[in-house]
Write a protein that binds this ligand. Sequence first.
Ligand SMILES: Nc1ncnc2c1ncn2[C@@H]1O[C@H](COP(=O)(O)OP(=O)(O)OP(=O)(O)O)[C@@H](O)[C@H]1O
Ligand SMILES: [Mg+2]
Length: 497
Amino acid sequence: MLLELKSVQKRFGGVTALRDGSLSVRAGEVHLLMGENGAGKSTLMKIVAGMQGLDSGEMLLRGQPVRFANPKEAAAAGIAMVHQESLLAPHLTVGENIFLGREDLAPFGVIRRSAIMERAARLIESHGFPLRADWRVEKLSPAGRQLVEICRAIASNASLLIFDEPTSSLSESETREVFQIVRTLKQQGAGVIYITHRLEELRTVGDHVTILRDGATVHSCPLADLSRSQLIQHMVGRDLGALYQREPIPPGKPLLELRHLQRAKILHDLSLTIRAGEIVGLAGLMGAGRTELCRAIFGIDPLDSGLILVDNQPLPLHSPRDAVSAGIALIPEDRQRTGLATQLPVGWNLTLSSLSAHSRFGILNSSLLAATESRFIDRLRIKTAGPTQKSVRLSGGNQQKIVIAKWVAQGARVFLFDEPTRGIDVGAKTEVFEVMDSLARDGAAILMVSSELPELIQIADRILVMRQGRIAGELPRHTTQEEIMALAAFEQEELSL
Ligand SMILES: Nc1ncnc2c1ncn2[C@@H]1O[C@H](COP(=O)(O)OP(=O)(O)OP(=O)(O)O)[C@@H](O)[C@H]1O
Ligand SMILES: [Mg+2]
């Protein structure tokens, strides 16, 4: 037995994050830790990694009781963690971040920078990650930062590795590589704790599963003993019923029209129309240009040529401000960095972008504000101590929901959702879909970018597939994953032949 946690409790002021967290992990085992947003998964793991103390309960490492005062002590005991939110030093390079704080590499107090960069470069290359050791971390995408965190964990030679949603922003090939890394670690006899909301990926890596609900361990068993629906039932504590099915409505007039959008090397002669009431899915491989298209529509990136019309009016799109006043909302992929003021209270984040809708003659109507805040906290089941709690204190998934709510509250007509369900638990995904559906019923036009093909098939009225900056084709509702992939990947396979 490598790690045992017994009845761990942890409170933050008035919030009980953990009531009864228990978990046993053996060496050479991949242990899945599952549960809804806010269940306490990250908190439990931060205690193991020495980032947080526990109020009561026991922690045993190889049978010995331990308490870590800081992450250094946990690292010295052979524990490494890949964090859900990047904790890297943004202004340092990739290589420096991978070996940051590793005094063991410098027996005489001097670490040779060139040696570190060389080792980092070798490590990156051996896993085929699209990174370079001398890049600065602040320039990286969420996926890039996640890969650096992973390299950092591997480089530490730990005997217990914790992965907190490591694949949530990775491409398929990067995800496969992470699974390979986990398998290798297991073969080498390390213990691995793996947190994810992606039910599909579990069976490929996991041996054992522990499920947390509302801060308490509710079930723990070999993964093979649980069906998918039993797993969900334990997580949410209620029957979710059948898969959410959207009933499409007859589309109205064209709300968003893109004509021949062109941006060198990124978008090529891209045209599409979305009508009021429609939810249009946008699929494609990593790098196909889906996020770039959203950014261009929202006025963040300039276009070389082409026309964007909202409700038949051509847009002078020079900045996101123009897009917002034309009634366009972008729920961005990188929500932590661009979507959320993490130091502000939850309530402020919810209503920040819609202050004018909540004021008259320039004076804020605070009771209207409060009503909007609590409506969204209820509607999306955001787990918070209340609207005054700082957003950074919310669990990862609940932060995602705030960003979605913030834009929905603003009352736009055209919504660009970039990976809306990333990091959101199974139960809450349905709620996000319901919000999208009700927006469409109220006459909005929705473009939904997603790499989760089953979800696109489930929710979209039709699916456009992008490939290398172009629309490669359109598929009807209830198409298959195979058909989407065939369109998304066709040309690349052709090239490699
Ligand atoms: N530093 C903190 N201060 C106050 N509350 C906190 C703090 N850290 C976590 N919490 C609260 O503890 C609860 C558990 O959060 P935790 O991050 O462990 O959830 P999680 O299971 O990892 O969820 P997710 O799937 O969304 O990442 C949440 O209600 C969260 O708001
Ligand atoms: Mg978490």
